[in-house]
Design a protein around this ligand. Structure first.
Ligand SMILES: Cc1cc2nc3c(=O)[nH]c(=O)nc-3n(C[C@H](O)[C@H](O)[C@H](O)COP(=O)(O)O)c2cc1C
Length: 142
């Protein structure tokens, strides 16, 4: 599996690393891809591609993530979307809007994960519960 993510202030990276650590404890091999930094990869060479982003101005998807989507050039069926946001920037309507947009774009069959700012503390459980669901779902369709 691979986790591709974009982060400016570290929140989305914290989620990405939490996902990585959890999967590795489960014996799963995991690569990390820093969007805009690491060399392109082929999504079809992985069982699952986790894609993580924060949400920017008025619900926007960051340009680096749009470039990443463009670089992939097609809509892989194995995308799992997660992200961080902040409800102070427009309330529930705009909260993690980029996550919703990407999930719809890819027609992802997995539920999305939305974390408010840092995943440390009370939201950590949500990350693990979500991951369990994703893995269970992926196995039942394998
Ligand atoms: C200028 C600006 C605009 C933002 N707009 C939104 C938004 O529309 N929706 C949202 O959920 N979060 C918004 N945020 C909050 C970030 O998505 C949030 O802080 C996120 O956790 C940052 O991720 P990072 O630490 O991985 O860079 C905004 C933050 C900034 C600085």
């Amino acid at each position: 599996m691979i986790i591709a993510y974009l982060t400016y202030s570290g929140n989305t990276e914290e989620v990405a690393l939490m996902i990585r650590d959890y999967l590795q404890k489960d014996g799963i091999e995991v690569d990390l891809h820093r969007i805009g930094i690491d060399a392109p990869f082929h999504p079809e060479t992985y069982d699952l591609v986790f894609l993580g982003t924060f949400t920017w101005e008025k619900g926007a998807t960051p340009d680096e993530v749009k470039d990443f989507v463009w670089e992939i050039g097609y809509k892989p069926s194995n995308m799992v979307i997660f992200g961080t946001g902040d409800t102070q920037f427009g309330g529930d309507d705009l909260f993690c809007k980029a996550v919703d947009k990407l999930s719809v774009f890819y027609g992802s069959s997995h539920p999305v994960l939305k974390i408010e700012q840092s995943p440390r503390g009370y939201q950590q459980r949500a990350v693990y519960d979500w991951l369990e669901g994703v893995l269970h779902h992926a196995k039942s369709y394998a």
